[in-house]
Design a protein around this ligand. Structure first.
Ligand code: DON
Length: 561
């Protein structure tokens, strides 16, 4: 097994501003020091800086998220939403649901044309795709677990917005690829649009975003949900077909929920309940594959993959049928994760062939995946842990920047089932449980997770990837608990994914060809993809030795206190 302890990539040494040096750190081993892993080195450093100033994990996660909203505009956000799972060193476990909600003027069939066909362009792009953002309210709800004042936590992001930072190669090419969509969906010019292509090392300065962050710094959550920023959002809605109102913004509320938690082989898994399907899917998949004693097999061997794929297929069929916002539907979580129900669900499993998806649920297909959304894992020196996954949904969300306020708005409305059976941008289908209703939260796959051992945080993990999120978190956990891989291999070895519909199994490049050939013999249809997810993982042993790994698939980076 390849063992990589530390590796550092120095991207740019231009030295003309504070934020032009970008050091990507992929792995850190430490003891009794806080660790932050996120999608961008400057955001991880912002979190680590707050830890050094005496903040705890919850202070650091607020600072990291604000910083991501500046340095990682494709997914880091104040115009989107997410989910946070926390475990404190006093044993308290909590979650914060800051998922977007459907506007008061939304309705079940708002994306259907006169003939009743779904227009997914409208649910995915432009102003009508936007749900009421939850992030800023989420940061304020996190504050009660933190130690420092919000003014301090937001300051690193303000500095990054005002002084600018050098963009990486990956960011430059993403911005260039998206230019035509920015041009199409913005009436006023944004800082992300440029007549010549972006290149690595270019300075991205975001003065308007800096002003918005200062308003939040001065006025609290009202600096976003009321007053000037709220009015700028409404003005932006009016430049097209947006329906969000001042009332929608003023009435946005986070929900603090009891985490979903269950035993897995001597560990306790703590994850996100509905309206994210993540925790339920994770419980279902782990429990079903445990019927076959997964630990007997090797990672990515044919039997292991087959067992896991079939667990994934059955869990995702249940997602489509039963899951949605528990404020609007009957919550079936208890039944769905019970041993009795899952044993019954597993009866149709056989090692000899792929189970046709039509045998585990009622049908309708189509694929898709992307790498937006973003995850942060943090542990502080006192043993407080936090996992948060946050998103604009697609790459740069709706592609609409609020003019005068400088931030992207989400396209989260597409996570509703816009029409029963019509796949969303991740190929997920749903039905009535996830139909659009004003005030409702759209079903998510985000799976911020903390695994406990001996009542202490053991693994802190999460990833972006749409519907591939729960299956990637599932694999990261079994890679450690069942297959005994190093944290680095748990994150960076090739992953796979099945989501009931489409029928095929998605495999990442470098996936073992012999396993692919065996699966094909058993009637599995294989599709290849360049990458699945960007997992950020921290593991802490019983002696307090911690290892943080940032996914090698992107610019993801670890910072230490
Ligand atoms: O909440 C969800 O499940 C999606 N909006 C997440 C989107 C995502 O992960 C995009 N990145 N690949």
């Amino acid at each position: 097994m390849k063992k990589i302890i530390f590796f550092f990539l120095v991207f740019s040494q231009l030295g003309f501003a504070q934020f032009t040096d970008i050091n990507i750190v992929k792995e850190i081993h430490t003891k009794n020091k806080g660790l932050v892993v996120s999608a961008h080195p400057l955001a991880s450093e912002a979190g680590a800086k707050i830890l050094k100033l005496g903040g705890n994990a919850y202070d650091a996660v607020i600072a990291t998220q604000y910083a991501l909203a500046v340095v990682y505009p494709q997914a880091g956000n104040i115009g989107g939403g997410g989910f946070l799972v926390g475990v404190k060193n006093n044993g308290e476990k909590f979650t914060i649901d800051f998922r977007e909600t459907a506007p008061e003027k939304s309705s079940r069939d708002m994306y259907l044309d006169k003939k009743g066909n779904a227009n997914t362009d409208l649910s995915q792009n432009g102003r009508l795709a936007v749900g009421i953002p939850g992030s800023v309210a989420g940061f304020y709800a996190t504050l009660k677990h933190a130690k420092l004042p919000m003014e301090k936590l937001i300051q690193p992001a303000i500095d990054l917005a005002e002084q600018g930072f050098a963009i990486t190669q990956k960011e430059a090419s993403l911005l260039n690829n998206q230019m035509e969509f920015f041009n199409q969906h913005n009436k006023n010019k944004t800082v992300f649009q440029k007549s010549t292509p972006w290149k690595q090392g270019d300075l991205l300065i975001q003065k308007k975003l800096g002003e918005t962050l200062k308003l939040i710094q001065k006025n609290g959550a009202k600096g976003f949900y009321e007053g000037k920023t709220a009015q700028l959002i409404i003005d932006e809605m009016k430049r097209g077909n947006g329906i969000i109102t001042l009332n929608d913004l003023k009435n946005y509320k986070v929900v603090e929920r009891k985490p979903i938690s269950f035993d897995y082989k001597g560990t306790e898994i703590v994850s996100m309940p509905l309206p994210s399907s993540g925790g339920i899917l994770l419980a279902q998949m782990l429990k079903m594959s445990n019927f076959e004693k997964l630990e007997k097999y090797q990672q990515n061997s044919t039997p292991a993959v087959q067992i896991m794929v079939e667990a994934e297929r059955r869990a995702f069929a249940d997602r489509a049928e039963y899951m949605g916002d528990p404020g609007f539907i009957k919550d079936k979580t208890e039944m769905l994760i019970s041993e009795e129900y899952l044993k019954n669900r597993w009866k149709s499993f056989t090692m000899n062939r792929a189970t046709p998806s039509s045998e585990v649920g009622k049908i309708i297909p189509q694929p898709k995946e992307s790498t937006e959304t973003t995850h942060i894992s943090i542990i502080d020196k006192d043993g407080n842990a936090v996992a948060v996954t946050t998103t604009l949904n697609g790459l740069y969300g709706s592609k609409v920047v609020v003019s005068g306020a400088g931030f992207f708005l989400n396209n989260e409305m597409d996570d509703f089932s816009v029409k029963p059976g019509v796949p969303n941008m991740f190929g997920a289908v749903g039905g009535e449980a996830n139909a659009i209703q004003p005030g409702k939260r759209m079903l998510s796959s985000m799976t911020p997770t903390i695994v406990m051992k001996n009542s202490k945080p053991y693994i802190i993990v999460g990833t972006p990837g749409g519907t591939t999120i729960p299956t990637s978190v599932y694999q990261s956990i079994v890679n450690i608990v069942d297959f005994k891989l190093s944290p680095n291999m748990a994150v960076n070895s090739p992953k796979f994914h099945q989501q009931w519909l489409p029928e095929s199994v998605l495999v990442e490049k470098n996936f073992p060809e012999s396993t692919i050939a065996d699966l094909q013999k058993n009637n599995y249809k294989i599709e290849r993809t360049s990458q699945i997810g960007r997992t950020e993982l921290i593991i802490i042993d019983e002696n307090g030795n911690a290892i943080a790994v940032a996914d090698g698939r992107g610019d993801d980076s670890v910072a230490v206190e």
